[in-house]
Design a protein around this ligand. Structure first.
Ligand code: MLT
Length: 264
């Protein structure tokens, strides 16, 4: 499905019956990463997975993509899909930054939150410098530079050695991200606000899922968020890196099923 926004468009899929869940992917990925969830949770949830602007099949808007702008895109998709709030929002990595921005803007939308492979804090000065270097590289060399550089950091060693098809699929997804999308997301992540002060104010249930082998965002970030969010549970997944929903889909889906049972 497609919705028109700002002289461009966003694409999304919707499937299943049950509690509404909006899935928000990370950078530089697309809704394709949620296929194991769309396949495995359709009896438990009405799931919406969309491509963030500049990613996958959505329009390659020029950036910057602030987390607030991407949160408003989430709101547009929800309004267009006519699901009734409250809903669960599941964000992975940059999708988690967007989920926190969405909660800050529209807390009444939420029945629950699932934060995967993400962190509440802002970029360090060193991380901001690295974002600027990546922006230069992406504008000079295109998506291939970013995809080749990030690919080995996305997975656990187990996935890298045992699941070449998954690794190739994710490389393809990254290659499909537009250059304006890569640059817009890098600018937005570089300038994102600190969401740490929000954590103690979240008053819906939160499920945090993190891979033991995440090289991009270490597990201690999830443990710290868990300690600060009052009604939260933390599921740590073995043999999973930055993409536990793809690397260990059955364990990941079971964690979501268990979480949904706790929501009325
Ligand atoms: C992501 O997976 O969305 C990004 O790696 C997050 C980030 O770079 O901060």
């Amino acid at each position: 499905m497609k919705i028109n926004i700002d002289n461009g468009f966003l694409v999304y899929d919707m499937i299943g019956t049950g509690i509404p869940i909006l899935f928000v992917h990370g950078y530089p990925l697309s809704r394709k990463i949620w296929e194991p969830q769309m396949d495995g949770l359709s009896a438990q949830a009405t799931m919406i997975a969309f491509d963030l602007r500049g990613h996958g099949g959505s329009f390659p808007f020029d950036g910057p993509y602030s987390m607030d702008l991407l949160a408003d895109d989430c709101k547009s998709v929800l309004d267009n899909s006519h699901v009734h709030s409250p809903i669960v929002v599941c964000g992975l990595s940059m999708g988690g930054y967007v989920t926190m921005a969405l909660y800050r803007k529209y807390p009444d939308l939420f029945k629950g939150i699932i934060l995967t492979s993400t962190r509440p804090g802002p970029d360090s000065p060193e991380a901001k410098t690295n974002r600027d270097a990546s922006i230069m590289k992406a504008s000079e060399n295109g998506a291939g530079f970013i995809a080749d550089n990030m690919l080995p950091k996305m997975f656990s060693p187990v996935t890298l050695s045992s699941n070449p098809d998954l690794v190739a699929m994710v490389h393809g997804v990254m290659m499909d991200t537009s250059v304006p999308g890569i640059i817009g997301a890098l600018q937005g992540m570089r300038d994102r606000p600190d969401s740490t002060p929000l954590l103690s104010k979240i008053n819906c249930p939160v499920l945090i899922i993190h891979g033991f082998d995440d090289q991009l965002i270490p597990l201690k970030e999830a443990e710290s968020a868990h300690n600060q969010i009052p009604n939260s549970r933390l599921v740590k997944i073995l043999a999973a890196g930055h993409l536990p929903n793809l690397e260990q889909p059955e364990i990941y889906n079971q964690a979501i099923k268990d979480f949904l049972l706790t929501l009325d």
